[in-house]
Ligand binder design. Sequence first.
Ligand SMILES: *Cc1c(COP(=O)(O)O)cnc(C)c1O
Length: 361
Amino acid sequence: MQRAWVEVDLDAVVHNATSIQRRSGKPLLPMVKADAYGMGAIEVCRALEPLDPWAFGIAALAEAAELRAAGIARRILVFTPLLPSDFPEARRLSVTPTLGTADAIRSWIDSGGGAWHLGVDTGMHRAGVEWWRVGELAALAAESPPEGAFTHFHSADTNDASLEEQQMRFRLSLEQLGARPRILHAENSPAVERQTPSPWDVVRPGVFLYGVGGGRGSRLDPAPVAHLRARVVEIHEVNGGESVSYGATWRAPGKRRVATLAIGYADGYRRLFSSLGQVILRGRRAPVVGRVTMDMTMIDVTGISCEVGDVATLLGRAGDDHLDINQMCDAVDLLPYELLVGLKLRAPRVYVRGGSIAAAE
Ligand SMILES: *Cc1c(COP(=O)(O)O)cnc(C)c1O
């Protein structure tokens, strides 16, 4: 019997992708890096194939190798700069690199060329050519015209003015290039939530596909994708004044019934939830008490008639109740992206379609 697992609702991923596509009015370039934010890149790509995405976005060649081996034949863009020594492997995997320096573009052309996208830095200062220096690459771009060009927003989730300024810089940078690349792209999930329709050619949603976003007056609300479950493995009576877990940070205020769940931070249930998290068990909320440990987490089940073997929900839906990832993370000052990515640590993923379990990994 599984001790702890992540249910990944692929129908919800498709639903979220469809609503992004509608709102932007443009084809998708779904970001499936980091194993699709911990949800499983192969399964997510297969689920999204029927939407005919323009390409998939990743960060590392190993991710492309995995997708190619699984038979995903669609265009793949890699968004973290590759080193020239990786170019032969990129070509072998039919991966489109994003390039942002004269040296990298020169090496790409000299080692055989092929489709590439120009990365333009409009304020993030992470990767890509500075927007005001794009003209310096015009000759190289004329020699091997990029299929596309893109930029990335640093504060699309919090700041409209910076988004506008970055888009203006992107437009100005493109004027220095001579010919307009065929495919221009810029928007991550929060940017798509903000502007409709998209002013660019494809959109690059990531986290929204996996159930994070909406709120704060957004007209798009993602369906939850990740549901984290674990079993009750022991139940104890704890006397008033006794402590629970490492560091004795929590003490029972009176006689308490405490259940031990077979899940811990090695499964991605973060230590930040120590004495702050909540769990759904038998339709009731039970608080986490004491520190989350590597393999086990304790909850106060006083007054809840639960038994060993019961399934508790630590994230996502259970019956009519819902532990929303955005709210959960806000409460402990954790980035929802980090919570999702951590879920691939040890807990196996179980895939759900049409409300039923489709395949276990
Ligand atoms: C990760 C990433 C995205 C997606 O961002 P979200 O905030 O998850 O939607 C888009 N573009 C690039 C270049 C990225 O690295």
